[in-house]
Ligand binder design. Structure first.
Ligand code: FAD
Length: 429
């Protein structure tokens, strides 16, 4: 009997545990270690931040679901991974041994890299449900006392979709509250151009997103490095192609929300052979760590190099769709290894994103991530908002029921009607 431990029960880790249970049957032990007992659907946080969702609508109590599927649950969290001993030290001092480990710990949010940044400082965040609830209170204060707003993503960020989403959702919420005319909005981003998204653009995301910005009267600054937030002002440098400072901006704000850079979480950081210098887990094309081949990793914690050099550093986004493909490949590989076979499954890593704007949205598919691509498609319309609501409803249903099928991929493909992508996936087996 093998013991497989999944570390982290977010968007990736939860479905990882379900897929492992489905693939391996009851003769193997599956355990999940998480910080807390609740699953939180991160993609809905921008809606929470403007009052369109509350906590209960996007969270699931994992204890009864895991119990039903015979998955052991350790919600006390991991203090430190000891890969040479194949052991995890838990926060309460207990130790957990494993035969195979899947790391799914998501990001640590690096707010501390910029003075005054983050919910502990002067700006809001939508990266965690607690932050989004705080941002909701700040939104109410903004409606009561309108003033300038900054939205965007700082240097080293990789998650650009939610920054655009939140700019347009906030624009809609402020229009609904009839105060948008008193809120000048600026989008500040480390991307070299609007719509780069950490992927050097997908289809016409540059044109689509710039056009949305113009239509909604949102100014933008690209190649931006945020130096500090102080006394209601963001100090921003614009960086030239040669790395020199081209100009500076002092932007006064009443409300600011910018996506931070990510790094790996403390429990798995600085382990030689396991992590890169930012603490992301090194993985080969089978999601397997080369130094510790009994360790797989999925989701935001995986090290993926940037698509190219940019004046200000930007990372590659890891979206739900891509994460599902990592989960399926890791499950197949662990099942193969347990059966004494080779790990040969390769995830598709397709970048697929639905960016909701509240009253519309932009969708894109990039395959492969680095251009030139076989599939390089983007589109916009009200249907994207409907599709994003469908994604939320479906994913939460899947987590509540313990369902393992990677159905979202199929649903999304049907909605997008992209036969070409299906063909590419089929070719990859
Ligand atoms: P997470 O969901 O963050 O889960 C990590 C888990 O690990 C957490 O439960 C955490 O408690 C746990 N953990 C951390 N440290 C420890 C420890 N020491 N011990 C035990 N457990 C630990 N993608 C999309 O496809 N569509 C979207 O619309 C979308 N919107 C997004 C919106 C926002 C605001 C953000 C930030 C991201 C969005 N993403 C979206 C990207 C991505 O899908 C999400 O970030 C997703 O939550 C990542 O899943 P994950 O499992 O890697 O990490």
């Amino acid at each position: 009997m093998a013991h497989i431990v999944v570390l982290g029960a977010g968007l990736g880790g939860t479905i990882m545990a379900y897929e492992l249970r489905e693939a391996l049957g009851r003769e193997h032990r599956i355990s999940v270690v998480n910080k807390g007992t609740r699953f939180s659907f991160v993609p809905s946080n921008p809606w929470v931040a403007v009052g369109w969702r509350d906590r209960n609508a996007i969270e699931v109590d994992l204890e009864p679901v895991f119990a039903k599927h015979h998955i052991n649950f350790y919600p006390q969290g991991a203090e430190r991974l000891h890969p040479k001993d194949k052991r995890i030290q838990l926060m309460d001092g207990q130790s957990l041994d494993y035969d195979y480990l899947v790391i799914a710990t998501g990001p640590e949010l690096a707010f501390d890299e910029i003075p005054g940044f983050g919910p502990g400082g002067l700006t809001q965040s939508v990266c965690h449900i607690d932050h989004a609830l705080g941002a909701r209170e700040a939104f109410d204060r903004l409606v009561a006392n309108p003033g300038p707003v900054i939205i965007g993503a700082v240097q080293g960020a990789s998650c650009f979709g939610p920054a655009y989403e939140f700019a347009f959702i906030l624009d809609k919420a402020l229009r609904d509250a009839k105060v948008r005319d008193r809120v000048p909005m600026t989008f500040v981003t480390s991307e070299p151009y609007i719509g780069h998204l950490g992927l050097d653009g997908v289809g016409d995301t540059k044109g689509l997103l710039e056009s949305e910005m113009r239509q909604r009267h949102i100014r933008f600054i690209t190649n931006a490095r945020v130096d500090k937030f102080q006394d209601g002002t963001a100090f921003v440098s614009e960086i030239a192609d040669d790395g020199s400072v081209k100009g500076g901006h002092e932007l006064a704000f009443t409300y600011a929300m910018m996506l931070p850079a990510f790094r790996g979480v403390a429990a798995v950081r600085d382990i030689e052979g396991l992590t890169n210098p930012r603490g992301f887990i090194l993985a080969d094309k089978h999601q397997r760590n080369p130094a510790f081949p009994d360790i797989f990793s999925i989701g935001v914690c995986v090290a993926i190099p940037p698509v190219g050099k940019t004046p200000v550093p930007v990372g590659v986004p890891k979206t739900g769709f891509m994460i599902e493909s990592m989960v399926t490949a890791s499950t197949q590989n662990i099942a193969a290894l347990i059966a004494g076979k080779d790990a040969t499954a390769v995830p598709s890593w397709n970048a697929v994103c639905l960016a909701d704007f509240g009253d519309g949205g932009v969708a894109f598919i990039a395959q492969p991530q680095i251009p030139p691509r076989n599939v390089n498609w983007s589109s916009s319309g009200l249907w994207v908002h409907a599709a994003k609501v469908g994604f939320e409803k479906y994913f939460l249903h899947k987590v509540r029921s313990g369902q393992s099928e990677p159905f979202y991929e199929k649903l999304a493909l049907q909605m997008l009607g992209i036969d070409k992508l299906k063909a590419v996936q089929h070719e990859q087996g």
